[in-house]
Design a protein around this ligand. Structure first.
Ligand SMILES: [Zn+2]
Length: 436
C-alpha cells in the first residue's frame, strides 16, 4: 500500500484525540487496585462491552482457582478478537488492567481521571490504562477506515501483572491464548515512551532462605543458637562477596536505566524470631500491648530478589547462592538452612529484526519522523509468560507514558503521546497482519 494511502487513517486517529482522552479517563476511574484485585470484573466488562459494539467477539476468562481468585475478588480477564476479511496473521495488544495502590503524596484525586495541561492524571494513567486506550483507538480506527484487514486483531485486558500475572497472562498463556496459530505478534503497551521499543527484560530469581537456630531463654542466649545471628553471617557474605562480583557483570543488552546493566541483588524482606509487634508504653510507663517474650530466635527468613543478565544462566545464579550457604554450613558451627524458590524467569530479548520490532520501528519513523531507540527492562512484565508458556517470540512492549512516573503520586500520561502511539500501533498492526 503506498504510504500516502495511510494519511486518512492517521487523520482519523488525530480526530479521535478527545475520544482517547475520555477512554483513558473512564479506565482510570475504575479503581482496579492490586492487591487485592478490586473492580477487575467491572473493568473487564467495560472494555468488553465497548469492543463488542465495534464487532469484536468478546470472551471473559476468569482464572478460577488461580492465585488471588475468589468470589469477592474474581480474576476476570477479557479477550476480544476481530476477524479480518481474508487469511493473514493475528496481532494482539495485551494490557494489564490492574494498578498499584495510590499511596500518599497526591495533589489530585488518584482515581479522578482529571485532565490538566494536556495530560490525563490518575493512578494507572501511565501504567498502563493510557496504553490500553491507545490500542483500543488504534484498532477501532483501523476497522472504521474500511481498509481491507487480513488476519485478525485482538485486544486483551488482563489482571495481576503487578503481582506476577499468574491469574492474568500466565493463565491465558497456559490455555493457548498467546500461541500460534491463534496469535502471531504481541504488543504490550507498557509505558516505555512513545519512541522506544522494549525488546525484553532481565531474568529474575526469587528465593526464600531460612536459617535455623535453637530456642532458649533470652536472658541466657548461650544456651540457645540464634537463627538471626546465622542469617546475619549469610547477609554479610552477600554484601561483601556476592555484591561486588555482581557489579562487575555487565550486559550488552540496552537495559534502561543504565544502572541496571549489571546483575543485582535486593533483600526484599527479613524476619526473625517472634512475630513483629509495635511496642508502646502509656503515661505510667506500662506497656499498652503484649511485651515480647524473651527467646532466642529459632528461625529467620529472608526473601532474596536476584535480577540477572542475559549473559548469566539461571543455574549459575542458583548455584552461586547455594554455594555460599553450603560454605557457611561447613565453616560456621550450628549453621543450618533451607532454601525455597518462589519464582524464576530467564531473561528475554526479541531480536531487533523480528517482524513486530521492524513494523513498530517503521511506524515510529513514519509518525514521529525519527528512529526509535531500543531498550530492555530491568524488571519483568507479562512478556515472560508469552515467551515461556506461549512459546511466542515475536513480542515487544511499546506504549505511551514515561516509565519513571509509574507507581508515583500524580502519575499522568500526555494526550499527544496517546494519539501518536495509537497511530504507531495502527500502522504496525496493519503491516503485521499483512495489509501494508
Ligand atoms: Zn505496567
Amino acid at each position: 500500500m503506498p504510504t500516502s494511502d495511510l494519511d486518512p487513517l492517521l487523520a482519523r486517529i488525530d480526530a479521535k484525540r478527545d475520544e482517547v482522552t475520555a477512554l483513558t479517563q473512564d479506565l482510570v476511574r475504575i479503581p482496579t487496585i492490586n492487591p487485592p484485585g478490586d473492580a477487575y470484573e467491572a473493568c473487564a466488562r467495560f472494555l468488553g462491552e465497548r469492543l463488542a459494539k465495534r464487532g469484536f467477539k468478546v470472551e471473559y476468562v476468569r482464572a478460577t482457582g488461580g492465585p488471588g481468585d475468589s468470589d469477592k475478588y474474581p480474576r476476570t480477564n477479557v479477550v476480544a478478537r476481530y476477524e479480518g476479511t481474508s487469511k493473514g496473521e493475528c496481532v494482539h495488544f495485551n494490557s494489564h488492567i490492574d494498578v498499584v495502590e495510590a499511596g500518599s503524596g497526591w495533589t489530585l484525586e488518584p482515581f479522578g481521571g482529571e485532565v490538566k495541561d494536556g495530560k490525563v492524571y490518575g493512578r494507572g494513567s501511565c501504567d498502563m490504562k493510557g496504553g490500553l486506550a491507545s490500542s483500543v483507538i488504534a484498532c477501532e480506527a483501523l476497522i472504521e477506515s474500511g481498509i481491507a484487514l487480513p488476519g485478525a486483531l485482538e485486544i486483551s485486558g488482563t489482571v495481576d501483572e503487578e503481582s506476577g500475572g499468574f491469574s492474568g497472562v500466565g493463565y491465558l498463556a497456559e490455555r493457548g491464548y498467546f500461541s500460534k496459530p491463534r496469535v502471531h505478534h504481541v504488543i504490550i503497551p507498557e509505558p516505555l515512551g512513545v519512541d522506544r521499543i522494549c525488546l525484553g527484560h532481565r531474568g529474575v530469581y526469587w528465593a526464600e532462605v531460612e536459617t535455623k537456630g535453637r530456642i532458649a531463654h533470652g536472658s541466657m542466649p548461650f544456651l540457645g543458637d540464634s537463627a538471626i545471628n546465622h542469617m546475619s553471617a549469610f547477609i554479610h557474605l552477600l554484601e561483601t562477596q556476592l555484591a561486588p562480583k555482581l557489579a562487575q557483570r555487565h550486559t550488552r543488552e540496552p537495559v534502561e536505566p543504565p544502572g541496571a546493566r549489571v546483575s543485582t541483588l535486593n533483600i526484599n524482606s527479613i524476619h526473625g524470631g517472634q512475630l513483629e509487634q509495635r511496642y508502646a508504653v502509656d503515661a505510667r510507663g506500662w506497656p499498652t500491648a503484649d511485651l515480647p517474650a524473651p527467646t532466642v530466635a529459632h528461625s529467620c527468613r529472608t526473601v532474596l530478589d536476584r535480577r540477572f543478565i542475559a549473559e548469566e544462566s539461571l543455574d549459575e545464579v542458583k548455584r552461586e547462592i547455594l554455594d555460599m550457604l553450603q560454605e557457611l554450613q561447613r565453616t560456621r558451627p550450628g549453621f543450618d538452612f533451607h532454601i525455597k524458590e518462589i519464582m524464576s524467569f530467564v531473561p528475554t530479548a526479541t531480536p531487533q529484526d523480528a517482524p513486530v520490532v521492524d513494523a513498530t520501528a517503521r511506524a515510529i519513523a513514519r509518525v514521529l519522523g525519527r528512529e526509535p531507540s531500543y531498550i530492555s527492562s530491568p524488571g519483568t512484565y507479562d512478556q515472560k509468560h508469552i515467551v515461556r508458556t506461549g512459546k511466542l517470540q515475536d513480542c515487544i512492549a511499546y506504549g505511551p507514558g514515561i516509565l519513571d512516573l509509574a507507581h508515583q503520586p500524580d502519575e499522568y500520561v500526555g494526550i499527544q503521546e496517546l494519539v501518536d502511539s495509537a497511530k504507531i500501533m495502527a500502522l504496525a498492526a496493519l503491516k503485521l497482519c499483512g495489509a501494508a
